[in-house]
Design a protein around this ligand. Structure first.
Ligand code: GUN
Length: 283
């Protein structure tokens, strides 16, 4: 048996069609959602992600602009810019592409963004609201993963979710979101002993380590749902995930591919958060 593929690109396409309609209605009422993206430095991967985000906003009718700053921008220059964007009523969402150059404190920058414009969902205010279940911007990759699971009606309540990776962007918040859905959650990371002992107990396995093909079929229980968050570029230029797709697809019941998996869903949730920002976060 081969696993059913959760096609993130197709789901993203469907969701974006309905968002396009929603944006059109907002525009008729005189409100054009606007996202400002800030890119500091020349990192090619960041540049490519930013380009993808802008293409998606354009296609959905959301307006966006890109502010590019040189790699030697100081922390105070960036904070001043964010202050200005916080005050500008025509800017609904602010996204500062990470990582930032080392002279700039990432956490300080995240905390300087007005939480009502924090479409990444990284501000501690929004993380706190996510944990306590209030209205908030959910971080885009975890939100995309939750949407993918729900799109296939994959049961979450009472299921054992194992997450490999504990980043602030993916691992930690996705566990919290699935805990909110009544899953039992185990976090694994680089210091975890006997990884396989944990992963083979997972009903849903989420892999976000950033190393190609680390999860093989013998790490996965028969019938498990496998979500691959990794995006790794191989020497031949092709993209691959953290999961050995070809072997794991025979053991899993559902699996996300790379590309066409989680990536397109992350951007789609950014669009959703930008529309939400334009409409205003409730108190
Ligand atoms: N760098 C890698 N992923 C992300 C993301 O989701 N948001 C931002 N701002 N930077 C990133």
């Amino acid at each position: 048996m081969s696993a059913e593929i959760i096609d993130g690109k197709e789901l993203a396409h469907e969701l974006r069609i309905s968002m396009k309609g929603e944006v059109l209605e907002l525009k008729r009422d005189g409100l054009t959602p606007h996202l400002t993206v800030v890119l500091v430095g020349e990192d090619p991967a960041s540049r490519s992600y930013v380009r993808g985000k802008q293409k998606a906003t354009d296609e959905t009718g959301i307006s966006s602009d890109l502010i590019e700053l040189s790699v030697d921008t100081s922390e105070s220059e960036l904070l001043q810019l964010i202050d200005k964007l916080n005050e500008d009523p025509s800017v609904h969402g602010i996204l500062v592409q990470l990582p930032l150059p080392e002279q700039i404190g990432e956490q300080k920058v995240i905390e300087s963004i007005n939480p009502a414009k924090d479409v990444d969902g990284f501000h501690p205010f929004n993380i706190g609201r996510m944990m306590s279940g209030g209205d908030t911007f959910l971080p885009c990759t975890p939100y995309g993963i939750l949407t993918m699971l729900k799109s296939k009606n994959i049961p979450i309540e009472g299921k054992h979710v194992v997450i490999i990776g504990r980043s602030n962007i993916v691992g930690k918040p996705v566990g919290q979101l699935l805990l909110n859905e009544n899953a039992t959650v185990t976090y694994c990371h680089s210091r975890t002993k006997d990884l396989k002992n944990h992963t083979t107990k997972a009903d849903i396995l989420i892999v976000a380590v950033g190393k190609p093909n680390v999860i093989k079929a013998d790490y996965v229980k028969q019938g498990c749902t496998v979500i691959d968050v990794g995006v790794n570029r191989l020497d031949d230029g092709s993209l691959t995930g953290d999961v050995d797709f070809e072997s794991v697809k025979h053991t899993a019941s559902y699996i996300t591919p790379v590309p066409r998996g989680v990536g397109p869903m992350t951007i789609t949730m950014l669009l959703k958060n930008t529309i939400k920002a334009a409409k205003g976060l409730s108190d």
